[in-house]
Design a protein around this ligand. Structure first.
Ligand SMILES: C=C1C[C@]23C[C@@]1(O)CC[C@H]2[C@@]12CC[C@H](O)[C@@](C)(C(=O)O1)[C@H]2[C@@H]3C(=O)O
Ligand SMILES: O=C(O)CCC(=O)C(=O)O
Ligand SMILES: [Fe+2]
Length: 332
């Protein structure tokens, strides 16, 4: 990671955060996967927040800590070594620049596909990093599959793998991301540590079906409520956080909304996050699920393939409303 001098960080003007978070935030929905009512809790959380925290998730702590330790080793390497994994096009090692259209943040990352052996050139021990990635991704994929099946049950739609089969498909276009937010010397932190004036990862919604996020115990993640206020998500290294993505918003015809989120930088602590983005195969048609459409309810979206959506997403800026181009003008 390059530590920027003052004039250098000024070049990244849009790294600065000017919006304050709300003072009395509601609690983040908590879903205990071992409880019988978890399906209903998930549906409520997806409708109200597009976001929830998961405990009793079944992902072994050993897999989590091994990957965290491998990722920490990787991000501690000299920049020249990390760059051997290749520039993100879109997969590879990236530093401050996010995506191809000028977005920047106080972050470095490794972006990987989930169904191809990662290029871990430059890492100290590629084999142990790869094993840690494989174990972690397999366990998180299983948990994500269960959550998508619980969503289908909760929505009373069949078959129960109608959503999960998309990410379980061999051709699934799922993505995995490791983000490292180093402490930022430019941060002016609020007294309770929940707000900062520097953007780590700018506001956006995730394009996929759901995203499964886990981080170390450093704060920074915020979600936007339906009224546009930002609330801080208290970090919890033992739990997972689930984001509803744009594709699930479309498949539920807007009943679930993808959650807008962002990460603010911290002045003293590093944040390390790992996110599994559950994507469908490129050729998959994304449209409201017929079994969810009641009576004369109309689709709010034009049908598109995941390939078309992804292509359009990659020509957008992080904060853009990517679904706008696929909305139907529905006569009232
Ligand atoms: C600015 C961009 C980065 C992104 C591709 C995009 O053009 C718009 C969507 C961005 C996003 C957000 C969620 C995930 O982190 C990500 C991997 C994804 O699928 O969509 C990133 C893309 C990226 O960093 O390549
Ligand atoms: O790093 C985080 O906690 C969230 C990052 C994120 O939203 C993303 O990579 O899409
Ligand atoms: Fe995200």
């Amino acid at each position: 990671m390059v530590i920027l001098s003052k004039p250098a960080i000024e070049q990244f003007g849009c790294i600065r955060n000017k919006q304050a978070a709300t003072l009395f935030p509601p609690l983040i929905p908590l879903v205990d996967l071992s409880k019988p009512d978890s399906r209903q809790q998930i549906i409520k959380a997806c409708e109200e927040f597009g976001f929830f925290k998961v405990i009793n998730h079944g992902v072994p702590m050993d897999f989590i800590s091994r990957l965290e330790s491998e990722a920490t080793k990787f991000f501690s390497l000299p920049l020249s070594e990390k760059e051997k994994t290749g520039q993100p096009k879109p997969y590879g090692y990236g530093n401050k620049r996010i995506g191809p259209n000028g977005d920047v943040g106080w972050v470095e990352y490794l972006l990987l596909t989930t169904n191809q052996d990662p290029n871990l050139l430059g890492t100290e021990n590629p084999e142990s990093f790869r094993i840690a990635l494989d174990n972690y991704m397999a366990a998180v994929k299983k948990m994500a599959c269960e959550i998508l099946e619980m969503i289908a049950d909760g929505l009373k739609i069949q078959p129960r793998n109608v959503l999960s089969k998309l990410m379980m498909d061999e051709q699934s276009d799922s993505v995995f991301r490791l983000n490292h937010y180093p402490p930022c010397p430019e941060v002016v932190q609020s007294l309770n540590g929940t707000s900062s004036n520097v953007i780590g990862f700018g506001e956006h919604t995730d394009p996929q079906i759901i995203s499964v996020l886990r981080s170390n115990n450093t704060s920074g993640l915020q979600i936007s409520l339906r009224d546009g206020t930002w609330i801080s998500v208290p970090p919890d290294q033992y739990s997972f956080f689930i984001n509803v993505g744009d594709s699930l918003q479309v498949m539920t015809n807007g009943r679930f909304k993808s959650v807008k989120h962002r990460v603010l930088a911290n002045s003293v602590k590093s944040r390390l996050s790992m996110i599994y983005f559950c994507g469908p195969p490129l050729s998959e048609k994304i449209a409201p699920l017929p079994s969810l459409m009641r009576g004369d309810q109309q689709s709010l979206y034009k049908e598109f393939t995941w390939f078309e959506y992804k292509k359009s997403a990659y020509s957008s800026r992080l904060a853009d409303n990517r679904l706008m181009h696929f909305e139907k003008i529905v006569a009232s």
